[in-house]
Design a protein around this ligand. Structure first.
Ligand code: CA
Length: 228
């Protein structure tokens, strides 16, 4: 039975949706407060998330960004009427689809089914499997990094930066891409913040941080984690 996480503070909408979705054979976990969304997602591991943008606690955009950094779980955003900006932001943040309020429950159910047909069940957590390149292994599920077999402790942003680099090993990643993926709108300051994190990361994953082999600088563009 496919599991859905519904994040919606309006009780009447949430109840109507839950009843319809359950009648359609889905198992629905419902949270009202934005702050409960990510913890519930971790516990329930839903096949799809229906996410309202305007929430108490943590905003829908923030939740979307967090989920996207950690998983490919399909996300359908619920946005206010004519909120063009919300819609664009939602899609830029990696939501798969959006539905504008007021919407028909039937339409939303159709979208849920369409997305689940494209994304096989369980695929949402496929990227939780460990990634490895050039002797560096990162395991998201255990929140563990090993360099040549030795455990290395990383602060959260460096962990996320390394994860993104490893998941795209061999590819050149632009500075903008890295900043968007790792920091999103939390990013403050100029692009030096990124360089500082790369420098710190190198002290932990390079044999000689002054002559980096794993995290390579691509001059004028960004960085690449070597895949050889
Ligand atoms: Ca709301």
């Amino acid at each position: 039975m496919p599991k859905l996480l519904l994040v919606e503070d309006e009780v009447s909408i949430a109840e109507a949706l839950s009843i319809t979705l359950e009648a359609e054979g889905f198992q629905v976990a419902w949270v009202k407060d934005g702050a409960d969304a990510v913890p519930t997602w971790e516990r329930v591991r839903p096949d799809l998330v229906i996410l309202d943008l305007m929430l108490p606690g943590v905003s829908g955009t923030e939740i979307c960004r967090t989920l996207r950094n950690r998983s490919d779980v399909p996300i359908i955003m619920l946005t206010a009427r004519d909120a063009e900006v919300d819609r664009v932001v939602g899609l830029e943040l990696g939501a798969d689809d959006y539905v504008t309020k007021p919407f028909s429950t039937r339409e939303l159910v159709a979208r849920v089914k369409a997305i689940l047909r494209r994304a096989p069940l369980g695929a949402a957590f496929a990227d939780e499997s460990p990634v490895e390149a050039a002797g560096v292994r990162l395991d998201r599920a255990r929140h563990e990094v090993r360099v040549d077999g030795d455990l290395v402790d990383l602060p959260p942003k460096e962990f996320e930066l390394l994860a993104y680099l490893l998941e795209h090993a061999g590819r050149v990643l632009t500075r903008g891409q890295l900043i968007d993926e790792v920091w999103g709108s939390d990013y403050v300051g100029d692009t030096k913040t990124l360089d500082v994190h790369v420098r710190r990361l190198r002290t932990r994953v390079e044999e000689d941080p002054k002559d980096p082999r794993r995290i390579q600088t691509v001059r004028g563009v960004g960085y690449r984690f070597t895949d050889t």
